[in-house]
Structures are given as structure tokens and as C-alpha cells.
Write a protein that binds this ligand. Sequence first.
Ligand code: HH2
Length: 283
Amino acid sequence: MRMRIGARVFEGPGPFLVGIVNTTPDSFSDGGRFLNLEDAVDRANTLLAEGADLVDLGGESTRPGAPAVPADEELQRVVPVIERLRSHGFSLPISVDTSKAEVARAALDAGADLVNDVNGLAGPGMAELVAARGVPAVIMHRRGTPADMRAHATYRDVVSEVADELSELLRRALIAGVDRDRVLLDPGIGFAKTAEQSIALLAGLGRLRSLGCPLLVGPSRKSFIGELTGAGVGDRLPGTLAAVAACVLAGAEFVRVHDVAAASQAARIAAAIRDAAGRTHPP
Ligand code: HH2
């Protein structure tokens, strides 16, 4: 993989760590902690110090059942954080986690470098904006909206259906003018997926790699870990690290996590094992 994101060129198999900054009152694991400007900026700087390769800033929770946030409120949550980080010389690329073109546009104007869209660039004007700005984007798979996605978790074969639906989202984005070389694909762990389906997707990342774009995967603290182990949302770091290692071993280039320092260690060990396996048992 070779992809420029903002001032940085990401080259090779990674893994690269995307640190999460949620400026929301209601995110499933850290809602309310980084809602105010200073706290969000501090959080981004902490993630940088912990070894993040980029930060992903979101102003709307996508947890199941989360209410939709009006664009102007989402803007007020994310744009000042980006402006502050950029005016203080923050050195990492910044990703904006939004499904609204209006929010993405303002975030890019303020200095964001990548659009991370849990709606797969399918909303009004989003793919066109990404195409016009020539910025990289994450196309994530989901079905339905946070309000109703649980009802959509029915698949005959989750890995091939997610692969087919991602491929269709990618096709539409390309028709709108998005550059294939600037797309990351994401299976959307937990978005209209049961625990069993999320595990199947983590096991099936190889199939998604065959779509030809780098992968970004977000298993951090998600409910599949709770369902399998009984761990509460504040107690899912060990399960997160196991999932991060699995993603890296399966060839995912980017992992999106809350706990960057711990995930960085897990990812580096998994990458060393991946690379050693490639030398001793070439694919
Ligand atoms: N997961 C969440 C949000 N955005 N973006 C991508 N590309 N992939 C993901 O798996 C993903 C995502 C949900 O996690 P979080 O941001 O911690 O929670 P919330 O949506 O409640 O703010």
C-alpha cells in the first residue's frame, strides 16, 4: 500500500494506528469525556504521544440506538477541535468521522485530511465532495442506521455479502469520481452485525482484501467482546488487543482504537509474527 493522507505518506503493510477522539455526549464507551474543546484537544495530543499514526475525530455517536445529530451541532463539536489542533501545529493527519457532506466539507476546510464515513459515502453529496477535494476516504459497511441496524443483522454468508456490498459502495464512489487509490475499506464491525457475524468478518478479512483496497478495521471495545466474554464496556482492553492482533495477522493496514499505547504494542508483535511467517512460509 502507498497512500498520502495529509502531510504523511503511508507506505507498506502497516499496521497503522488510528486513535479515536469522540467529541460526543453519548459515545458507547467514552461519551461525554471529550465533549469540550480542551478535553478533545488533550485527547488528540495524548493519542499522538501514545503512538497514533492518525486521529479520527467524530461528533456523532453511531452506537445502536443513538439519536441523529443535526449538522450544525456536529460541526460545532468537531470543527473547533480541528482548527485548534492545526493552529497549534498538530503533526498527525486528522480524519473526520461523519456521514454528512456539510460536516465533512467544513472539517476539510478546517484542516482535516481524510473522510471516515460509516455510511460508505452513500449520503447526499458525500462521494462528490471526496472526489472534488481529492482526499482519501474510508468506505465502511453497514446496513440501516444506528436507530434500526440491529434489525438488519441477517446474512446467509456475512463475509461474502459484506464483500459484495462494499464492492457496490466502492463502484458507486468511483462513478462519482472518487480515486480508487485513495479508498480504504472497512467491514464495519458491530454495525448491523451480531457478535458471531463480527467474529466471522474478523476471520474473513482475507476475502475483503481481495477487493484491492487497504483495510481499516475498528474492533475497539465493541459489544462482540462483551457478548463473548461478559466484559463490561470499560473492561474490554484484553479482547480488543486480541482482535487487533487478529486484524494485523490477517493483513489489515489500519486499526481504529481507543487505547493506542496498548494496541500499538499488540499490533507490533502481531506484525513481527506476520512478517516472520511471510519469510518462512511465503504465501
Ligand atoms: N466504529 C465506530 C465509529 N466509527 N468508523 C469506522 N471506519 N469503523 C468503525 O468500526 C467505526 C467507525 C464506533 O465506535 P466509537 O467511535 O468508539 O463509538 P460511537 O460511534 O458511539 O461514538
